[in-house]
Design a protein around this ligand. Structure first.
Ligand SMILES: [Zn+2]
Ligand SMILES: [Zn+2]
Length: 304
């Protein structure tokens, strides 16, 4: 299995267009040691040349341009992307679908609640249907293995995650299983396994089971502190937990949770621009180094 990290930032990217926090200002001026990042998305392949896009971020056009295997070059109109799998219906994970409208056809795999959100609250599916042959494929129940056409050696299954539907969802205050998913991808030949969970509010029994067995965990690293946006002086912000993200630090936080699982290579992804770990010289980043936890970057390649 091949994994390309197309984007590693949370919604807004890094730097965010309207943000002058220490990190965003620092990356613009070059005054801190860090790298800019686009909004989170992965491409997965079994080595056969076809790719599964996991989420379609608003930065997808630049991400494809930066990842030449996704545009193999022949014939006159073609793509290496076999399908798009959506983990939820959040703006930063789905609106890149609009930038794929020039295709002849598009296969999108998603849960029933996400399909509803993208048909009613944020009606991307009806809009896209005017441009191309849109094939929306319902994901099987959580835990049931499936494959994507063109990528037969990747065994996939989803894990329901505790989080929230987006503000425009018809069931925003009535959470449904399938609003937020994690993804397990296993290479049918090597048997090696990736667990991807960019939006994780709690490490429950199902998530713990996957973390115990994964070879690589690409996991929610959105915020270091629960009140990180307020600390950065951003007014009227929500706490990380209210946004469905378990903060990294503190009692019960993600770092404490990850320490229970010695097996996987641990890589944080979906990093918010306010997170001090983006500064490679920060004490928080040194703490991650000490714990053996990595921070995803755009362009990172993994092989399992
Ligand atoms: Zn996000
Ligand atoms: Zn910022």
């Amino acid at each position: 299995m091949l994994v390309h990290v197309l984007g590693s930032a949370a919604g807004g990217g890094f730097p965010q267009w309207n943000c002058n926090c220490a990190n965003c200002a620092g990356v613009r001026t070059g005054s801190i040691r860090t790298k800019a990042r686009t909004q989170s998305s992965l491409a997965l392949s079994d080595g056969g040349g076809r790719w599964l896009l996991v989420n379609a971020s608003p930065d997808v056009r630049a991400q494809i341009a930066a990842c030449p295997v996704l545009q193999p070059g022949t014939p006159v109109r073609a793509t290496g992307i076999a399908a798009v799998l959506l983990m939820d219906a959040q703006i930063d994970h789905v609106t890149g679908l609009l930038s794929l409208r020039e295709g002849r056809a598009l296969t999108v795999l998603c849960s029933a609640p996400v399909r509803e959100d993208l048909s009613v609250g944020l009606p991307l599916f009806p809009v896209l249907g005017h441009y191309l042959d849109l094939n929306v494929v319902p994901l099987p129940d959580h835990g049931t293995a499936f494959v994507v056409a063109g990528i037969p050696r990747l065994r996939l299954r989803t894990v329901a995650l505790a989080s929230k539907a987006p503000p425009y969802s018809p069931h925003r205050d009535d959470p449904h299983p399938g609003d937020n998913l994690g993804l397990v991808a296993e290479d049918a030949v090597s048997g090696r396994r990736l667990f991807y969970a960019p939006g994780l509010g709690a490490v429950d029994g199902a998530v713990a089971h996957e973390l115990a067995q994964a070879d690589i965990a690409l996991i929610d690293g959105t915020c270091w502190h629960d009140d990180e946006l307020a600390r950065a002086g951003i007014t009227g912000p929500k706490r990380a937990r209210q946004m469905g993200h378990l903060p990294l630090a503190g009692a019960g936080g993600m770092l404490e949770q990850l320490a229970r699982f010695p097996r996987p290579r641990k890589i944080l992804i979906h990093i918010n621009n306010t997170n001090p770990i983006l500064d490679e010289d920060s004490p928080e980043r040194r703490e991650l180094d000490r714990l053996g936890i990595e921070v995803a970057e755009d362009g990172m390649e993994l092989a399992l």
